[in-house]
Design a protein around this ligand. Structure first.
Ligand SMILES: C[S@@+](CC[C@H](N)C(=O)[O-])C[C@H]1O[C@@H](n2cnc3c(N)ncnc32)[C@H](O)[C@@H]1O
Length: 272
């Protein structure tokens, strides 16, 4: 989520402060994306590992398909909401900790997935960690939810608000028209294909882009913004100011915002 989040590790632990708002306002992922991941991984009943599970936005989508899941999440406040969301699925296990510290304890998985969080894992170690967590032939699925503003005038007005408040990343920081059909293009500076190819231990690299249009009501949209790291690092005064000005722009047009909601998926397989 490019325009949304950066790679500064200090920003990676800000989500728990707003775990409930995060859960209430953030979007999930395209159902077709979940189907594609499962078809590619061909688990045949084997378990999957989810890293950076947050409050379980992707977790429940995979758990609902019957996949046995181990979920790793470092923030105890996010993990608490995750446990609640996963409660209907006894085949979901939650382990609190960062990916870098996680103890595999001899376990290997047929699928590892990470939703909107690959960019938070230590760049120099993440491919080793993925490789070691997978059985030979196991699949890795990395996905994000970039957004674009459908109305160019709304985009311009919100860009002006962001400039005034020094916001450097926002889901409305990109006009929808800039998204083509190529996965990773237009919204995702952390796109992992280059790194994965250079690593050399993975094969069958492929990618997909799913597009849908979503309308956020003003309140939900402000909750979404307030859950994003680039907003969380603002002072309370600046945060209140930017949210109030954003609301003013949206409400002057009748409230809410129409967004292109893209789900970008990257897939690869550990060489056998
Ligand atoms: C933007 S949230 C995404 C959460 C969830 N996957 C989703 O799709 O809504 C990023 C998540 O990554 C987690 N995270 C940050 N650094 C991590 C690390 N080193 N290892 C595992 N998870 C991490 C954060 O605590 C947070 O829950």
């Amino acid at each position: 989520m490019s325009a949304v989040e950066g790679v500064d590790p200090a920003r990676s632990r800000v989500f728990g402060e707003v775990a409930e708002a995060y859960d209430a306002s953030r979007p999930g992922y395209a159902d077709a994306l979940v189907s594609q991941v499962l078809a590619y991984a061909d688990l045949g009943g084997r378990p999957a590992l989810e890293v950076g599970a947050g409050t379980g936005k992707a977790t429940v989508q995979f758990a609902g398909r019957g996949v046995p899941l181990t979920c790793v999440e470092p923030d105890p406040r996010m993990a608490e909401v995750l446990r609640r969301n996963a409660a209907p699925y006894p085949h979901v296990r939650v382990e609190v900790g960062g990916f870098e510290e996680w103890e595999a304890a001899g376990r290997r998985f047929g699928l590892l997935f990470a939703a909107t969080c690959w960019h938070w894992f230590a760049p120099e170690r993440r491919w080793d960690l993925v490789h070691d967590a997978l059985v030979p032939g196991g699949a890795v699925a990395l996905f994000w939810n970039p957004h674009g503003v459908l109305d160019p005038e709304v985009y311009e007005e919100l860009a002006d608000v962001d400039r005034r408040f020094g916001v450097t990343g926002s889901p409305h920081g990109v006009p929808a028209a800039t998204f083509g059909d190529e996965p990773g293009q237009g919204g995702e500076p952390f796109w992992p294909a280059g790194e994965c190819r250079a690593d050399g231990r993975f094969t069958d690299l492929t990618a997909f882009r799913y597009r849908q249009e979503t309308r956020y009501g003003t309140e939900r949209y402000l909750g979404f913004l307030a859950s994003i790291s680039s907003y969380r690092v603002l002072s309370a005064e600046r945060l209140d100011g930017v949210l109030a000005e954003t609301a003013k722009v949206l409400d002057a047009r009748g409230g809410g915002i129409d967004m292109l909601h893209v789900s970008d998926l990257f897939l690869a397989r550990r060489r056998a």
